[in-house]
Design a protein around this ligand. Structure first.
Ligand SMILES: [Zn+2]
Length: 246
């Protein structure tokens, strides 16, 4: 896999993050340094396409890349090997054909979604959903985090809610904690998490990055597993801003 070491972004691109992304001020200096390299590699290697003639602007690319790369910040990988392009739709993505709904159910016809991740294929995103969610963590939803969590899950070729782990004991503990939470649905996760283990991982990832303090309070063991896997602690980052000043 390629390394982000030789990459970076321009002062103009940093300016977009400073102006447009609420998480930017929360990142510590070393985190900013790493995420800029990750974004630089992401922008240099991913293909971008606007659906139905939609114009994908520099700002859109930088903001999607930043959110996708936040997931990689504490991981030992610098890119998403199971995808190489992003297709940006202006609004809801309308999928045609046969769909798997989970639990063995299928439907045919048009299905409307905010995003979709393909194994060794593109990530589809609705720009209106990206825009509405990126600075509204109180919604607990983020389509970029969701779809790129699927891409992490897909690295080992199976979409089962368990991304690759170097250590077998870590993987077993992860599966145990996630299975327990899957079987006794915590309220802090929205219902869609319980569609199947793959959706559980993606929805829990959204909550982990959007509402880390709430997730940590409600489900400390699950939160701890996500801290271990992602190699970062978003609640610690968010906390100082939530504490009242003396
Ligand atoms: Zn999903």
């Amino acid at each position: 896999m390629r390394s982000a070491d030789q990459h970076g972004i321009s002062a103009e691109q940093v300016g977009i993050l400073e102006r447009e992304w609420h998480l930017w001020p929360q990142l510590a200096a070393p985190e900013r340094d790493r995420i800029q390299r990750l974004i630089g590699l992401f922008l240099a290697t991913m293909g971008w396409e606007g659906a139905q003639g939609f114009e994908v602007t520099e700002e859109m690319r930088v903001l999607v890349a930043a959110q996708a790369c936040l997931l990689l910040l504490g991981l030992e990988i610098d890119e998403y090997p199971a995808t190489d392009s992003v297709i940006v739709h202006p609004g809801t993505v309308r999928l045609r054909g046969e769909h798997h709904l989970g639990g063995g159910l299928r439907s045919s016809g048009v299905m409307a979604v905010d995003g979709q991740a393909h194994y060794r294929g593109p990530v589809l995103l609705s720009w209106s959903a990206v825009r509405a969610e990126m600075n509204a963590p109180e919604r607990g939803r983020n389509v970029v985090f969701h779809e790129f969590a699927h891409q992490l899950d897909m690295i080992d070729g199976s979409v089962d809610g368990t991304p690759p782990f170097d250590d077998d004991a870590d993987r077993r503990r992860w599966m145990e904690v996630c299975t327990t939470a899957f079987e006794a649905p915590p309220e802090v996760l929205r219902d869609y998490a319980f569609t199947n283990p793959a959706e559980f991982f993606s929805v829990a990832t959204e909550t982990f990055f959007c509402q880390p303090v709430q997730l940590k309070e409600a489900e400390p063991v699950l939160y701890g597993e996500f801290v271990q896997y992602y190699g970062q602690d978003p609640a610690a980052r968010a906390q100082p801003r939530e504490q009242p000043r003396e």
